[in-house]
Design a protein around this ligand. Structure first.
Ligand code: DGL
Length: 278
């Protein structure tokens, strides 16, 4: 089991921001990444559909031998975390998610107690961040959906007038509420950090789930004694990137967003279509 890979799941490219942090913090671990590009974006779907798609994706990672599952998608976490923990817990496979680590980091970062959250429509509707921050005293959460951001990132459009104008609109209520911290509650959004930081100015801190989620993965592997066995000198970790979509850009964008570890992307058939009954 120790030498099995870490399975990382997202609706598309966004989870690569989390995979990057995992590779950096756990260079001895093999990683299999699955992006459900055939069904992206999840953020505009019903939570019940997102739950079904997420469990199908995670099932596939389990079939491929994952020893731990990382749901590198806030929308999927909001929709399916509880079910996933029950389902894979029975098989002894731990499930890591992205909402709690980002919420904790947001709470530790704010000084004025006003935290903005940007997320997909489904994540905002689920109230996942409100729930995660409810117990923190003296914190007010102002959330807003940023529905077009995922579309921009999946196209590789991370700068320019259109994305800047959309960002200006999405940030307006957060700026009006005088937030000093903005949680990027979608794993696609760190790829828009340049645009967002410029509009928010230096007084507002951006919080992403990548580092904190990689930390949580690291801790879980240590606690469960599941770290990969020591590698021989010169032996490198293996990385596989799978996508359910045929998008020719996926490979190029995955390389741009994650880095040189992406040698190619394997296209796999979607395990599930929205609307099917299990
Ligand atoms: N990356 C996903 C998240 O963190 C959402 C992307 C989508 O809408 O498919 O919420």
């Amino acid at each position: 089991m120790n030498d099995a890979p870490i399975g990382v799941f997202d609706s598309g490219l966004g989870g690569l921001t989390v995979a990057r942090a995992i590779i950096d913090q756990l260079p001895g671990e093999d990683v299999i990444y699955l992006g459900d590009s055939a069904n992206t974006p999840y953020g505009s779907r019903r939570l019940s559909d997102v739950r079904a798609l997420t469990l199908a994706g995670l099932d596939r990672l389990v079939e491929l031998g994952a020893k731990i599952l990382v749901i590198a998608c806030n929308t999927a976490t909001a929709a399916a975390l509880q079910d996933a923990r029950e389902r894979y817990g029975e098989q002894g496979i731990p499930v890591i998610e992205v909402v709690t680590p980002a919420a904790k980091q947001g709470a530790a970062t704010t000084r004025n107690g006003r935290i903005g959250v940007l997320g997909t429509a489904a994540t905002v509707r689920s109230g996942a961040y409100l729930d995660a921050l409810r117990a923190v005293p003296d914190v007010e959460v102002i959330q807003n959906a940023a529905p077009r951001f995922v579309e921009f990132v999946e196209k590789g459009e991370t700068t320019g007038e259109a994305v800047t104008e959309a960002a200006r609109q999405y940030l307006a209520p957060l700026i009006a509420a005088d937030v000093d911290t903005v949680i990027l509650g979608c794993t696609h959004y760190p790829l828009l950090t340049g645009v967002l930081s410029r509009l928010l100015g230096p007084g507002v801190r951006l919080v992403t789930s990548s580092e904190a989620t990689a930390n949580a993965t690291y801790s879980e592997l240590i606690d469960l004694d599941l770290l990969h066995s020591p590698r021989a000198a010169g032996e490198h970790a293996h990385y596989r990137f799978l996508s359910t979509g045929e998008s020719p850009e996926f490979s190029a964008l995955a390389r741009r967003f994650l880095g040189p570890e992406v040698h190619g992307v394997e296209v796999v058939a979607p395990t599930r279509r929205v609307g099917e009954d299990r």
